[in-house]
Design a protein around this ligand. Structure first.
Ligand code: ADP
Ligand code: ZN
Ligand code: MG
Length: 481
């Protein structure tokens, strides 16, 4: 057991998927030719004036409300000054001491069902920088660097957490569920790969049982949760080694190389006074009408946490079922529609299990497929009343995926209805007669051989036999009981 405890706080940048930029009318684009969505405002020509994007404010408020944050009655923008080629004004318009969303809390659920509570320090609005691409080498080693200003001025919400996380795996659990919540809000695409969601992890360690925080480092620029988790674990291990050797962790920004597993130091971290923050004189404060905020609160969609609790407490699903089924708003809607019509637990099993497995080959999601939620419910009902066996139901599902027909029609067309017991008895008698060795094994108490009979019966009936009925008939015939 390790004698150190990790302490982690994360900062998440979320690009809002508004139509236009934070302070000008330029269209937001991803993947368009470089420098095709620019104007004098986002290129920082002299004398221009920014105007706040109301839709960005609305989405920032939605995020704050979903995170239970205090909403500032009046927040202001600050200039964060630094010189870099991705920042034409040489300052980023951000928020400093009066962010639009203050303290809140996010509750995530771990896979074992336990709660993970993470304090939210703040969530503020700012603008993204332009995109720099280094050609012919990395950073300092590059031959040239080119700038695409399309991204410059994209609305961002930065969410900052308290240092409440105690492991890399908890941090990623939190981040995944936060991402899910943002997707349910519909405020951002939240693509780690495309950079519309970016997470930086602040990591320190301290001796178990102590309360004072250690010096933290900041792990930046990870574009997947998997790599971020590995990076945090590598950084925790690096810090432990330093402390065990009697050294001191220095406050710096670090980078994790997924290929090598190595941590490298990028630069010593700036302090906030290095940025010479000062109030942005070109923008008025954001003072949202309380009635508008109330309206936004009322209009929030049901979020994953509440859905998950409802699935477990009221619908009899496992914590893991609920976690899987709240993966996306589309999947929730699909499941809920089926679960309103048939046994929720059975619907959950079929949707997250067989349906997704069969669709995976085609790379299709349930809600994109020809199978409607009502048809899933109908299939679950056919199983419950014994019209089809489980193996036959899987075949019915395959037929439903292909044709979009309702299950009863597929059962009819493929002749998959379960045989009644008298028809089945004849088949079983023939199987037992043809396999005297296996029958003897059963008499000798080798119960495992029952699997052989069930398999034979399934094969000969094309899956139309009920495994329970097969076992009963075999037992009667061979053992006389
Ligand atoms: P900075 O001044 O370096 O920006 P902040 O206090 O603003 O530091 O915190 C930035 C982030 O780092 C927050 O997410 C916070 O929870 C986290 N953090 C602060 N101190 C520590 C620490 N000692 N260990 C781990 N994370 C920390
Ligand atoms: Zn512009
Ligand atoms: Mg800070």
């Amino acid at each position: 057991m390790s004698e150190f405890e990790p302490v982690i706080g994360v900062e998440i940048h979320v690009q809002l998927s508004t139509n236009t930029k934070m302070f000008c009318g330029c269209e937001l684009s991803f993947g368009d030719p470089p420098n095709t969505h620019t104007c004098p405002v986002c290129l920082a020509h002299p004398g221009v004036l920014p105007v706040v994007n109301e839709e960005a404010v609305r989405r920032a408020l939605m995020i704050g409300l979903a995170l239970g944050c205090e909403i500032a009655p009046r927040s202001i923008f600050h200039r964060k000054n630094y010189f870099y080629p991705d920042l034409p004004k040489a300052y980023q318009v951000s928020q400093f001491d009066i962010p639009i969303c203050g303290r809140g809390e996010f509750v995530a659920i771990r896979e074992d069902g336990s709660e993970l509570r993470v304090g939210i320090t703040r969530a503020h609005l700012e603008e993204d920088a332009a995109k720099l691409t280094h050609l012919g080498g990395r950073r300092a080693g590059a031959e040239e660097s080119v700038v695409d200003f399309n991204r410059g001025g994209t609305p961002l919400v930065e969410i900052v957490t308290e240092p409440d996380l105690r492991s890399a795996s908890d941090a990623v659990t939190f981040l995944r569920q936060l991402r899910q919540t943002l997707l349910f809000l519909g405020v951002s695409d939240c693509s780690m790969e495309e950079g519309s969601m970016r997470a930086d992890a602040n990591v320190s360690i301290r001796p178990v049982g102590t309360h004072e925080f250690g010096t933290k480092t900041e792990l930046k620029n990870m574009n997947s949760f998997r790599f971020l988790e590995r990076g945090m674990d590598a950084e925790i291990a690096r810090q432990e080694e330093i402390l065990r050797d009697g050294g001191r962790v220095s406050q710096e920004t670090v980078h994790y190389e997924p290929e090598t597993g190595h941590i490298t130091s990028l630069r010593s971290k700036e302090e906030s006074h290095d940025y010479r923050y000062f109030p942005e004189p070109d923008l008025v404060p954001v003072a949202p009408d309380p009635a508008w905020v109330d309206q936004l609160r009322d209009d929030l969609p049901e979020l994953p946490l509440s859905l998950r609790r409802r699935m477990v407490d009221d619908m009899g699903l496992s914590a893991e079922d609920a976690l899987v089924l709240t993966e996306s708003p589309e999947l929730v809607a699909y499941f809920m529609e089926a679960a309103a019509l048939a046994d929720p637990k059975a619907c959950a099993n079929w949707i997250r299990g067989e349906l997704r497995a069969q669709l995976r080959e085609a790379g299709t999601e349930p809600w994109e497929s020809k199978v409607t939620p009502a048809h899933v419910a109908a299939l679950v009902d056919l199983l419950a009343i014994g019209t089809v066996s489980v193996p036959a139901a899987k075949e019915v599902l395959a037929g439903m995926i292909e044709t979009g027909d309702e299950p009863a029609a597929v059962v009819e067309a493929k002749g998959l209805a379960q045989m009644d017991e008298s028809d089945l008895a004849g088949v079983i008698a023939a199987i037992v007669e043809a396999n005297p060795d296996q029958a003897q094994q059963l008499r000798d108490g080798k119960d495992k051989v029952m699997g052989f009979f069930v398999g034979q019966a399934m094969k000969q009936t094309g899956g139309r036999a009920d495994p329970q009925a097969v076992q009963k008939l075999v037992r009667e015939l061979v053992l006389g009981s």
